[in-house]
Design a binder for this molecule. Structure first.
Ligand SMILES: *Cc1c(COP(=O)(O)O)cnc(C)c1O
Length: 418
C-alpha cells in the first residue's frame, strides 16, 4: 500500500462517516478502504493504480462513462463563465435550454414545466408538495392522501423517506414522517376509496432498492388508467430508471404513459453533478398563479449552471453516440450475458430490464456483500442490496466490457460458493 492510500484511509477512519454503512466494520483494520482516484469510460482507478469496472455506474448515476470529453468540455466552458448564480430572482440560458429539451421528450402540451432541485430526494419532495398544494388551491382539500407502493424507495430526506416501503431503512422514522398509505399492487389500489387520494407515487417498470424487481407487464398503463378514472395524480420516480437505463429514454415510455409529475435526478447530468428536475403539466402549474398561491420551495443551488451544462451535454451524447437502435442492441447483449448467471449454483434468480440486472444469491445474509468483496479481486466494483448483487453498467459499455464484468461476477460467485 502506498503512502497516499495509507494516509487517505487513515483520515477516512478518523473523520468520515459513510452513507448506509456500519462504521465499526468499515473502520476495522482488516477492511480495505479503496480510494477512487480517476475514471475513464466504464473504468475506475484507485490510488494503488488498480483498475476496476464500474459495475453499478457509481451508485446508479453514470450514463456515458467517466471523463467523457464532450461533457468535460461543456463543464469547462460553463466554468469559465460562471459556476453558480441565483435562480431566485434571475434566470440563465442553460436552465431554459435544458427544460425545453426535457419537455421535448414528451408529446406537445403534456409535460411542459420544469422545476429544478438538487437530488432524487428533493425532486420527490417537490412533487409531493406540488401535488398537495395543488389540491388546496383547487378547492379539493379533502384530497390529501399520498399512496406509495410497498417496498418502494424514493430517497432519504424525511418527506421522501415517508414514501419508503423498505422497513429496514424507514421504520425508525415512520412516526415523524408524513402519513402515507401503502399498497402492494394496482389491484389492491383499485379496491381503495379514491376520493381522498391526491397522488400515487411509483418507480415505473422496476423497483430499484427493492432488489431490482420489475413490475408485471402492463402494470404502469393500468395504474395510469386508474389514476385518470379517479382524478388522482401520478408521480413517477424515474430517478433510477431515467436516461436510457431501461432501454428507452424514460421508463414510462415503455408503456406509453405520461405522468402528472416526473422526477429525474441521478443520470440527469450523466452522473457528473448533483442536480434534479421535477416535470409537470401546464394545468397543474397554472393552479399556482396568484399572490396567495406561490410555491414556496427552493434550494440555494437550484438550476446550478454547471449542472445544467452537464445535463445538456449528457443529452447531446445520446444524440451523437447512443441513438435508440444502439441502446437497444446494448440491452440485448446485456440481457443474454446476464442470463448466464442463472446457471450458476450460487444463484437463486436473475432479474433484469434494459441495462439493469439484479442477481439474487442463495445463502445467508451477507453473501451479497461477500461476493462484491470477492469481485474486487477480479476487477469489478459493485454493491449488493441484501443478497442481490446489482449489475448496472454505464450505457457506454461495449459488448467486451460487459463480458468482462459478467466474467468477474461469475468468478466471484463461484469462489464464494465452492
Ligand atoms: C436514488 C433514488 C432516489 C433518491 O435520490 P438521491 O439523489 O439519492 O436523493 C429516489 N428514487 C429512486 C428510485 C432512487 O433510485
Amino acid at each position: 500500500m502506498n503512502e497516499k492510500t495509507k494516509q487517505g484511509a487513515e483520515r477516512d477512519r478518523q473523520h468520515l462517516w459513510h452513507p448506509f454503512t456500519e462504521q465499526r466494520a468499515w473502520c476495522a483494520e482488516d477492511h480495505e478502504i479503496l480510494l477512487i482516484e480517476r475514471g475513464e469510460g466504464v473504468w475506475l482507478w484507485d490510488t494503488e493504480g488498480r483498475r476496476y469496472f464500474d459495475g453499478n455506474s457509481s451508485i446508479w448515476t453514470n450514463i456515458h462513462g467517466h471523463s467523457h470529453p464532450h461533457i468535460l468540455d461543456a463543464l469547462r466552458q460553463q466554468m469559465e463563465k460562471i459556476c453558480h448564480s441565483s435562480f431566485l430572482g434571475f434566470s440563465h440560458e442553460a436552465a431554459g435550454l435544458l427544460a425545453q429539451r426535457l419537455c421535448e421528450f414528451f408529446p406537445a402540451n403534456t409535460l411542459t414545466r420544469v422545476f429544478y432541485s438538487d437530488d432524487g430526494s428533493t425532486a420527490i419532495e417537490c412533487a409531493m408538495k406540488m401535488a398537495l398544494q395543488y389540491r388546496m388551491q383547487r378547492g379539493q382539500e379533502h384530497r390529501q392522501q399520498i399512496v406509495a407502493f410497498a417496498n418502494g424507495y424514493h430517497g432519504d430526506t424525511l418527506g421522501a423517506a415517508s414514501l419508503g416501503g423498505v422497513d429496514l431503512f424507514f421504520r425508525r422514522f415512520r412516526h415523524w414522517g408524513m402519513k402515507v398509505d401503502f399498497v402492494g399492487s394496482v389491484e389492491e389500489l383499485q379496491r381503495r376509496d379514491a376520493s381522498s387520494i391526491a397522488a400515487v407515487v411509483l418507480e415505473p417498470m422496476i423497483q430499484g432498492v427493492n432488489e431490482m424487481r420489475p413490475w408485471p407487464a402492463g402494470m404502469l398503463r393500468c395504474l395510469r388508467h386508474w389514476c385518470d378514472a379517479h382524478d388522482v395524480h401520478l408521480i413517477l420516480d424515474e430517478v433510477m430508471t431515467g436516461f436510457g437505463r431501461t432501454g428507452k429514454m424514460f421508463a414510462c415510455q415503455q408503456e406509453e404513459v405520461i405522468p402528472d409529475f416526473l422526477c429525474l435526478a441521478k443520470g440527469l447530468t450523466g452522473g457528473y453533478l448533483p442536480m434534479a428536475a421535477t416535470l409537470t403539466k401546464e394545468g397543474i402549474y397554472e393552479a399556482f398563479f396568484g399572490k396567495e398561491h406561490v410555491f414556496y420551495y427552493g434550494h440555494s443551488y437550484t438550476a446550478n449552471p454547471l449542472g445544467c451544462a452537464a445535463a445538456l451535454a449528457n443529452l447531446d451524447v445520446f444524440a451523437t453516440e447512443l441513438q435508440q437502435e444502439l441502446l437497444e442492441e446494448k440491452c440485448r447483449t446485456f440481457s443474454s450475458l446476464v442470463q448466464t448467471f442463472s446457471h450458476l449454483r450460487g444463484v437463486r434468480e436473475v432479474r433484469h430490464l434494459g441495462m439493469i440486472a439484479g442477481v439474487e444469491l442463495h445463502g445467508e445474509v451477507g453473501t451479497g456483500a461477500e461476493v462484491c468483496l470477492a469481485a474486487r479481486k477480479h476487477g469489478l466494483l459493485t454493491r449488493a442490496i441484501g443478497n442481490t448483487v446489482v449489475l448496472m453498467p454505464p450505457l457506454c459499455a461495449t459488448a467486451e466490457e460487459m463480458d468482462f464484468a459478467v466474467r468477474a461476477l461469475t468468478q466471484a460467485i463461484n469462489s464464494t460458493n465452492p
